[in-house]
Design a protein around this ligand. Structure first.
Ligand code: AMP
Length: 281
């Protein structure tokens, strides 16, 4: 497996493949890989001739006071894990390679970035869209795979590709969970054993809401208030947002007519976790 740190070298690697008419699938990550990431790679492996991943903790998507400096990293382990699922090449640039001192171009996807994580993390999706646009220009993938765990991110990137006429097909992978339901996340590492138990409230709350919709509840206000009550009862859990939105536009819904997405962001201690689930009437 190859580990490529320079943009030019990555472009040349891809060009050589493209010259032979071969296709490329890209799975962008920030590393510290878990089974969720690996499942995205397993999904991508048979879809193209080449499977490339990126490992890059992207500074422009972190706000001031967020966890950029302490974001977990373990490259040797990431290399071993990605090799085990058939990754051929890891693009792992330095921040200074991606953002030289004179860097000044950003991609701003409007409207669908205004709510949910976009509201509580100003500038976050500008950073995400910018780095993914750069990765697409460098790796020129035919296919790129993202997880539904980061539901708004997926929606934002689909919109960016549509609006900017990018030649890449975005595919989604369902959220991968631990056996007890906690959505896998590199940030779960921050949780103490006690917080790890408390963090299950995100999954339980989503499951309860899904059940309530099955039973006939249609009011988003009622569902959100029930969800908030569940979360607030758990020690160390503070709500960042509880929302019910249109699955494509991410606009807030008042009633569940057919499909909706409930999205949560909850701080467990100091660790901010997100999760979401589709609600079907
Ligand atoms: P990250 O390294 O957190 O930036 O995630 C890289 C990619 O993996 C993104 O497309 C995420 O949505 C996806 N991902 C992370 N955790 C999960 C999970 N538990 N299930 C599915 N996809 C995930």
């Amino acid at each position: 497996m190859e580990i490529i740190r320079e943009i030019q070298a990555m472009k040349e690697w891809v060009r050589a493949a493209r010259k032979k008419g071969e296709t490329v699938c890209l799975v962008p990550t920030m590393g510290y890989l878990h089974e969720g990431h690996l499942d995205l790679m397993r999904m991508g492996r048979p879809l193209a001739d080449h499977l490339v991943i990126s490992i890059f903790v992207n500074p422009t998507q972190f706000g001031a006071g967020e966890d950029l400096d302490r974001y977990p990293r373990d490259l040797p382990r990431d290399i071993e894990l990605s090799e085990s699922v058939g990754v051929e090449c890891i693009f792992h640039p330095e921040a200074s390679e991606m953002y030289p001192p004179d860097y000044c171009t950003y991609v701003n996807v409007e409207n669908i970035t205004s709510g949910l994580c976009g509201a509580s993390r100003p500038g976050h999706f500008r950073g995400v869209a910018t780095v993914v646009a750069k990765l697409f220009n460098i790796v020129e993938p035919d296919i790129a795979i993202f997880g539904e765990k980061d539901y708004q991110q997926l929606a934002v990137l689909k919109k960016m590709v549509e609006d900017l006429n990018m030649n890449v097909q975005i595919l989604a992978h369902p959220t991968v969970r631990e056996n007890d339901g906690l959505a896998m996340s590199s940030r779960n590492k921050y949780l103490t054993p006690e917080q790890r138990k408390n963090a299950l409230v995100l999954f339980w709350t989503l499951k309860a809401a899904r059940e309530r919709v099955k039973q006939g509840e249609r009011s988003a206000a009622v569902l959100k208030s029930e969800a908030a009550t569940m979360i607030e009862q758990v020690p160390e859990c503070t709500i960042d947002y509880v929302d019910i939105v249109d699955p494509v536009l991410l606009t807030p819904l008042e009633r569940i007519e057919d499909r909706a997405v409930m999205a949560l962001a909850v701080k467990v201690g100091t660790t901010r976790l997100i999760d979401n689930m589709t609600l079907e009437a």
